[in-house]
Design a protein. Structure first.
Length: 563
C-alpha cells in the first residue's frame, strides 16, 4: 500500500505568500466589483464555467484573473491533483483510520469492473453486486411483489439512521419528491429523542410498512435504540391488528417481511434478527457523510426506482470525471474549494451560506453541514501536527426566498463577510401563474436580484436620489462587494442532484488538502458519546452523580427535582 506523503504546510509556501501579497494589494487599491466589471467586459465570460450540465458564474466573487492563477498555483503547491488521484485510486488517505477513501467508486459504471483493485478487492465489481441486489429488491417492493406478513403491499418505508445514515437520504428524498412514482412514502427517524419516532410512526399501518435500519457500524446508540423500539412497536401493532399471533415463529416471520438493514457490519445485523439475505452491505472506505450513493440510499431506490438512482449516480460520476480531468485554472470544482480557502484565510470569513432557490433543496444546507463540518472541523493535520491556519468554516443556509425575509439582512449589511452559493434551476416541477406572471420567473428574479445587490450594492448618492432624508441615508446604503457564486441548472433532476453533491464533496476535499486535514475521520464526535454513557446512570445513581463535575451535578439535581 502506497504511503501518504506528509501534508505540505500551505502557509509556508511561496504560493501562499504570493496570494497574501495579492490580497493586500487588492485591498490597498480598493476592491470594487463594479469597477472590475466596468474595466473588463469579458469578466463574466472568463469566470463562467460548465461542469456536467451545470453552469457556474464566479464573476461576482472577489477574484481577478490573477487570483485564479494564484489559487491554482496554491492548489498545485499542496498537491491537490496528486492527492485527488491518490484518493480515486484507493490510497489510504484517511490516515488516522488507515482507510482508503473511495466514495467515488460508488458511482463508477459497471464497465469499469476489474479496473480498481484495492486491498485485494475488485471495488467496482463489489459495488455493482450490491447495486444489482438493491435494484432487484426495490423493484419487488415497488411492484408489490414483496408483501408484508399479512400479504399486503408496502406503502410506507421508515428509514432509521443518524448522521450520514440519515441526512443524505432525507435530503435526497425531499429534493426528488416529484420523481416518487410508486405510491410509497418514506419517513426518516434519526433522533434518540422518542418524540421523533412517535411523530414519524404516527398514523402508520404496520402491515404496509417496511423498516430499513441504516447504520454503517450497527453500533450507534441512537439508531440501535430506535431500531429496538420500532421492532417492539411493529410486533405489538401487527399482533393488535391480528396479523400475527405473538408466537416466536410469527414474530420472526414478521421481522423478515418488515425489516431490512444497510450496514458494513453484517454480523451485527444478523444478531439483531434481520435475515442476512435482507441486508445490503457497504464498505469501510465509504465515510458515513459520503454514503448517500451507497446502500444507505436504499429508501431512495424504493421511492424513485433504479433508473432514477442510476441517473443520480451518473450525475456524481460526471462531476468526478470533470474534477479529475480539468486543469486547475479551469476546474470550477477545485476553484470553488480554493476560493473558500481564499475567503477563510485571507478575508477572515467564518461562515459560508448555501442558498438554494428551490424549495425541494430545503434540507441541502443541513446535509452540507455534516459533509463539510464533520470533514474539515479539525485542528490537527493528517500527520498529527497542528494546523497552521484557520480551518473549517461554518456552512449554513435556507432556501430563498424564505431566507431573504430572515437572515439576508446580515449578509447584505452586517460587518462580517459571508460568501454565499446561490443554486437555481431554469425549470420547475410545478409551474404556476399569478395572473399573467409566471411565478417561477418571479422566484428567479429574486435569485438574480439578491446576487446583484450583494455584488454592486447601493451608494449614498443613489439612496439620496430616491428622496431619502439625509439622516437615514447611511442605513439604506449597501456596500456591495459581497461575494457570491451562482450555480444554475436546467432542472433539479436526479442527475443534477448527484452533480451538486459530488461538487461539494470535492470542494470539501480541496479545502481539507490545503489545510493538511484528514477530511475523512471524525474523532471529534467521540468524547461526547463516551461521556453520555458515563453520565446517564447519574440520573438515578448517587455514586455516579458524585463523580460528575459541579455543573453536571447541578443540572442533574434540577432534573431530579422536576421529575
Ligand atoms: O456522528 C458520528 C458518526 O459516526 C457519523 O460520522 C456517522 O455518519 C453517524 O455517526 C452514524 O454512524 P452509523 O452509520 O455507524 O450509525
Amino acid at each position: 500500500m502506497a504511503s501518504v506523503p506528509s501534508p505540505i504546510d500551505a502557509v509556508q509556501t511561496p504560493e501562499w505568500k504570493a496570494l497574501k501579497e495579492h490580497h493586500d494589494r487588492l485591498e490597498e487599491e480598493g476592491i470594487s466589483l463594479k469597477d472590475w466589471f466596468a474595466a473588463d467586459p469579458d469578466r463574466v465570460n472568463k469566470l463562467s464555467f460548465e461542469a456536467g450540465d451545470l453552469h457556474f458564474d464566479l464573476s461576482k466573487n472577489l477574484i481577478t484573473d490573477e487570483t485564479v492563477k494564484l489559487l491554482a498555483d496554491l492548489g498545485r503547491a499542496v498537491r491537490v491533483e496528486e492527492r485527488r488521484d491518490e484518493m480515486f485510486s484507493g490510497v489510504h488517505i484517511n490516515t488516522t483510520e488507515d482507510r482508503a477513501v473511495l466514495h467515488t467508486a460508488l458511482r463508477r459504471p459497471a464497465s469499469e469492473k476489474g479496473t480498481l483493485i484495492v486491498d485485494g478487492q475488485d471495488v467496482v465489481a463489489d459495488v455493482h453486486e450490491v447495486l444489482d441486489r438493491m435494484y432487484a429488491f426495490a423493484e419487488e417492493v415497488r411492484s408489490g411483489a414483496w408483501k408484508g406478513v399479512s400479504g399486503k403491499r408496502i406503502e410506507h418505508v421508515v428509514s432509521v439512521g443518524i448522521g450520514g445514515s440519515d441526512l443524505g437520504p432525507v435530503m435526497v428524498y425531499e429534493a426528488l419528491k416529484p420523481y416518487a412514482d410508486a405510491g410509497i412514502d418514506c419517513r426518516y427517524i434519526s433522533n434518540i429523542d422518542p418524540n421523533d419516532a412517535a411523530e414519524k410512526l404516527s398514523g402508520l399501518d404496520p402491515e404496509t410498512t417496511l423498516v430499513i435500519i441504516v447504520s454503517k457500524t450497527f453500533t450507534t446508540l441512537e439508531t440501535l435504540t430506535n431500531a429496538r423500539e420500532i421492532k417492539a412497536w411493529m410486533l405489538a401493532a401487527l399482533k393488535d391488528a391480528g396479523a400475527i399471533d405473538g408466537s416466536a415463529e410469527q414474530d420472526a416471520e414478521a421481522i423478515e417481511k418488515h425489516f431490512v438493514a444497510v450496514s458494513t457490519a453484517l454480523d451485527l445485523v444478523a444478531e439483531f434478527g434481520i435475515n442476512p439475505e435482507n441486508a445490503f452491505g457497504f464498505w469501510s472506505w465509504v465515510g458515513g457523510r459520503y454514503s448517500v450513493d451507497s446502500a444507505v440510499g436504499l429508501s431512495l431506490i424504493i421511492a424513485f426506482g433504479p433508473e432514477r438512482f442510476q441517473q443520480f449516480l451518473e450525475g456524481f460520476h460526471a462531476i468526478d470525471e470533470y474534477f479529475c480531468s480539468t486543469p486547475l485554472e479551469e476546474n470550477v470544482v477545485a476553484l470553488m474549494g480554493l476560493m473558500n480557502v481564499w475567503y477563510v484565510n485571507f478575508f477572515g470569513a467564518a461562515s459560508h451560506a448555501v442558498l438554494p432557490y428551490t424549495q425541494y433543496l430545503h434540507r441541502f444546507p443541513a446535509y452540507l453541514q455534516q459533509l463539510t463540518m464533520e470533514s474539515n472541523g479539525k485542528g490537527v493535520r493528517w500527520d498529527g501536527t497542528a494546523v497552521t491556519s484557520t480551518t473549517g468554516e461554518i456552512f449554513w443556509g435556507e432556501p430563498g426566498t424564505n431566507g431573504q425575509h430572515a437572515f439576508y439582512q446580515l449578509i447584505h449589511q452586517g460587518t462580517q463577510m459571508i460568501p454565499a452559493d446561490f443554486i437555481a434551476f431554469a425549470n420547475t416541477a410545478h409551474p404556476a401563474k399569478d395572473g399573467d406572471q409566471d411565478v417561477h420567473e418571479l422566484f428567479l428574479g429574486n435569485f438574480l436580484a439578491q446576487t446583484k445587490a450583494l455584488a454592486f450594492g447601493k451608494t449614498a448618492d443613489e439612496v439620496r436620489a430616491e428622496g431619502t432624508p439625509e439622516e437615514i441615508v447611511p442605513a439604506r446604503c449597501f456596500t456591495g462587494n459581497r461575494p457570491t457564486t451562482s450555480i444554475f441548472g436546467s432542472e433539479l433532476t436526479p442527475f443534477a442532484l448527484g452533480e451538486l453533491i459530488a461538487l461539494y464533496e470535492h470542494i470539501t476535499f480541496v479545502e481539507g488538502t490545503v489545510w493538511g486535514i484528514d477530511s475523512y475521520d471524525q474523532w471529534g464526535v467521540e468524547l461526547g458519546k463516551q461521556l453520555a454513557k458515563q453520565i446517564t446512570p447519574a440520573f438515578h445513581d448517587d455514586e455516579a452523580l458524585a463523580a460528575q463535575d459541579a455543573s453536571t451535578q447541578a443540572l442533574i439535581q434540577f432534573y431530579r427535582a422536576h421529575r
